[in-house]
Design a protein around this ligand. Structure first.
Ligand code: FES
Ligand code: FES
Length: 183
């Protein structure tokens, strides 16, 4: 049996204590231990960006981070960015501008865009395209993705900081953790 390491990670406002193998990637901890399957795995080469989350407020590819490296950190996934009743401004802009086709790359695109707009609320189209260089869309829907992000920026919506998770989201995550799936 391989050695396990205790880690404590705050995800979408909820603290989780996990015992993980040192080799476990953050993306697998999120998906398989915490049930947060909105974070996707789209490659095994760290190229696609489908696994992008925020780690202490900055976008990272969670397939390039070990869960043990996230010990003590704050992680936000697509599930923590908004709720169906209260979308994050970038989610709303993707909805309005049809910034997706199959949707597989969308969580990563939105997390990368939200990070860009927090750092640069008034990006040029060039800035947006550069910020998305690490995120691939196999449906090649880049035009509407860029349009959505520019729209969020132009309306000032993108400068809204990351929301704290809703009470509803927090309760759902806590219930999930209590079922033993988070341990
Ligand atoms: Fe992480 Fe593709 S799954 S970059
Ligand atoms: Fe299909 Fe981007 S919408 S991969």
């Amino acid at each position: 049996m391989s050695q396990r390491v205790p880690v404590r990670i705050r995800v979408n406002g909820v603290t989780h204590e996990l015992d993980v193998e040192p080799r476990l990637l953050l993306v697998h901890a999120l998906r398989d231990k915490l049930g947060l399957t909105g974070t996707h795995v789209g490659c095994d080469t760290s190229n696609c960006g489908a696994c992008t989350v925020h780690l202490d407020g900055r976008a990272v590819k969670s397939c390039t981070v070990l869960a043990v490296q996230a010990d003590g950190a704050e992680v936000t996934t697509i599930e923590g960015l908004g709720t169906p009743d209260s979308l994050h401004p970038v989610q709303e802009a993707f909805w309005e501008h049809h910034g997706l086709q199959c949707g597989y790359c969308t969580p990563g695109m939105i997390m990368a865009a939200a990070d860009l707009l927090q750092r640069n609320p008034n990006p040029t189209e060039e800035d947006v395209r550069r910020a998305l260089e690490g995120n691939l869309c196999r449906c090649t829907g880049y035009h509407n993705i860029v349009k959505a992000i520019m729209s969020a920026a132009e309306s000032g919506r993108g400068s809204i900081s990351e929301p704290s998770p809703s009470q509803e989201g927090r309760e759902a995550a806590e219930a999930f953790a209590q079922e033993g799936l988070g341990a």
